[in-house]
Ligand binder design. Structure first.
Ligand code: PGA
Length: 252
């Protein structure tokens, strides 16, 4: 079976902490006209404050909205945090969990990420769980081992489900303009799938695994030609409507 038959293809935009309301609305009105009939599932993850704007602009299209981070409790005395239930309530369908910037700058642990992914699942959000090695780990030939232990730790105790997506994001490729070569990305992602298979059995073949790290209109097709790569998580190149549309339309 080709990957297109068995798994959804997802192109997700991670806007990080960029854009104001006017810019978000402007992006959406331009972007919509370029992706009228997409072959892939589109997810826009704006900063939390701009979610209502993007949800409003996406109304009547197949564009999904995601949140970049949630807390693991549905409510509580957690000043400044985002409730997963509220995210679902305002129209999010996806949630990024454990992006390396969250792990690094906000000291998110594997355990926190597991709890966030579980919380997302429990309120109907699809978690996109991010993993990836550092430059040093790659140079020391530790990539496969690191991915395996990150995956096992971040998914500990979660029952196998194709509602979870994984994003393989080598840290050295994020925001650097140095994308992982397609062959290396495929090798890492095939390994991730085999770890998922050992953990969860056959459902591993239904799980969408995305590549992230300097994806651009000019390298997306090569990455997407790899049998195990089911989409992309895109930072910098998702901020401009024409560039993210070119990524979404990679096979048109
Ligand atoms: P980038 O970011 O595309 O700018 O490298 C990817 C990400 O952080 O998800």
């Amino acid at each position: 079976m080709s990957k297109q038959d068995s798994r959804r293809i997802v192109m997700a935009a991670n806007w990080k902490m960029y854009k104001n309301e006017e810019e978000a609305a402007g992006f959406m009105s331009q972007f919509k006209s370029h992706v009228a009939d997409p072959d892939v599932e589109i997810v826009i993850c704006p900063p939390a404050l701009l979610i209502p704007t993007v949800v409003r602009e996406a109304a009547g299209t197949s564009i999904n909205v995601g949140i970049q981070n949630i807390h693991w409790e549905m409510e509580g005395a957690y000043t400044g945090e985002n409730s997963p239930a509220a995210a679902a309530d305002v129209g999010c369908a996806y949630c990024i969990c454990g992006h390396s910037e969250r792990r690094h700058y906000f000291e998110e642990s594997h355990e926190m990420i597991t709890r966030k992914a579980q919380a997302a699942l429990s309120c109907g959000l699809y978690p996109i769980v991010c993993i990836g090695e550092t430059k040093e780990q790659r140079e020391n030939m530790e990539t496969m081992e690191v991915l395996e232990s990150q995956l096992q730790a971040s998914l500990a105790g979660i029952e196998g489900t194709s509602d979870i997506l994984i994003a393989y994001e080598p840290i050295w490729a994020i925001g650097t303009g140095i994308a992982c070569g397609a062959a290396e990305a495929e090798e890492a992602i095939a390994h991730i799938r085999s770890v998922l298979r050992a953990l969860w059995g056959k459902v591993a073949d239904e799980i969408s695994i995305l590549y992230g790290g300097s994806v651009k209109p000019n390298n997306v097709a090569e990455l997407m030609a790899c049998p195990n790569i089911d989409g992309a998580l895109v930072g910098g190149a998702s901020l401009k409507a024409d560039s993210f549309a070119a990524i979404v339309n990679y096979n048109k």
